[in-house]
Design a protein around this ligand. Structure first.
Ligand SMILES: Cc1cc2nc3c(=O)[nH]c(=O)nc-3n(C[C@H](O)[C@H](O)[C@H](O)COP(=O)(O)OP(=O)(O)OC[C@H]3O[C@@H](n4cnc5c(N)ncnc54)[C@H](O)[C@@H]3O)c2cc1C
Length: 302
């Protein structure tokens, strides 16, 4: 029986793996290769990297650092976690494992703009023509012409957040008419934000611009943000009995404990700011809580 099974090798899972192996604990680290960090062309808000670093380079460095202490990423999708008397049974597509504790670090999946082909999506993302996270890279669109694909409270709030970076903003409904109440329409109007009805039917990339076709002719932007929301990958934990909040994120206490004893969560999958620095911080807290929890179950002396 391992001390901890970590599900997910993004910034949260890799940080926890580093801490736990440096506490001389035995771990397994499963990952199915869909980290949101891999989509980052270059992050500029992660402290310690002047000039920024790409998401793939960051993950590679974290894996390399972990390997110094024996961390090994196992390519496998975890399909089920079951609470037992002494810990957990963890199932992958072709294996069954046991651990005293489990850390869920499975992240979230950002929903893509509607009717955008995968190839164009990936090319636009890598060139900064498509973006997902104003907290991360709003600075990069300072005074640029920006479109936001979204509607409702979420789309409107994201557009208002971007208003502190640029005055040239258009909120485009992804499908048909906007779902905006009078209060939000007024707030957007007061901020000088253009509101365009959908649907977004197609997209074209040129050298440094992206065009969105909505039926009123192409709208051309320096960047568009997708404000389509996210799927939180909390299913493994909820099936094991863990509670989620209204936004679908796992509920955790100040020590990253879920509502199930021995089951912890860190990173985007847990409630909190969806950022690398936060994922790393939460993972450090989770790993130390796991260590202290295990110390109540067995001596950890050398
Ligand atoms: C385009 C873009 C730009 C961004 N820019 C920045 C930025 O500049 N600064 C910043 O701080 N943040 C940025 N972010 C956010 C950042 O990527 C996330 O906050 C961060 O990756 C969260 O780390 P995590 O470990 O919680 O989740 P993730 O990095 O998403 O990792 C989760 C891991 O869990 C694995 N997994 C999921 N389910 C299973 C399963 N069932 N079995 C096995 N493995 C599983 C996945 O394969 C994945 O590797 C950006 C995000 C995007 C999309």
């Amino acid at each position: 029986m391992d001390d901890c099974i970590i599900v997910g090798a993004g910034p949260a899972g890799l940080t926890a793996a580093l801490y736990l192996t440096r506490y001389h604990l035995s771990i397994r680290l499963f990952d199915c290769g869909t980290s949101r960090a891999e989509l980052i062309p270059r992050t500029h808000n992660l402290p310690g990297f002047p000039g920024g670093i790409s998401g793939t380079d960051l993950l590679e460095r974290m894996l390399e650092q972990g390997a110094e202490y024996g961390v090994e990423r196992e390519e496998a999708k975890v399909t089920r976690i079951v609470r037992q008397d002494e810990g957990f049974e963890v199932f992958t597509e072709d294996g069954q494992f046991t651990a005293r504790t489990v850390l869920i670090a499975t992240g979230v999946f950002n929903l893509h703009p509607p009717r955008m082909e995968d190839e164009l999506h990936d090319a636009a993302l890598m060139r900064g023509l498509l973006r997902y996270c104003p907290i991360c890279d709003g600075f990069e669109v300072t005074d640029k012409r920006v479109g936001v694909i979204g509607t409702g409270r979420h789309g409107a709030a994201e557009t208002m957040f971007l208003r502190a970076f640029t005055a040239d903003l258009t909120l485009i409904a992804p499908d048909g008419e906007h779902e905006l109440d009078a209060k939000w329409r007024q707030r957007l109007d007061d901020a000088g934000i253009e509101i365009v009805e959908g649907p977004c039917t197609s997209y074209t990339l040129s050298n440094k611009r992206i065009a969105v076709e909505t039926g009123v002719g192409p709208l051309i932007f320096d960047s568009i943000y997708s404000a389509m929301g996210s799927d939180v990958r909390s299913g493994l934990a909820t099936a094991a009995g863990a509670r989620v909040g209204e936004d679908g994120a796992l509920e955790v206490d100040d020590h990253q404990r879920t509502s199930v004893e021995g089951l912890f969560a860190a990173g985007d999958v847990a409630k909190g700011l969806d950022q690398i620095s936060h994922a790393m911080g939460e993972a450090g807290v989770a790993a130390t809580t796991i260590r202290n929890y295990l110390a109540t179950k067995k001596p950890l002396w050398r």
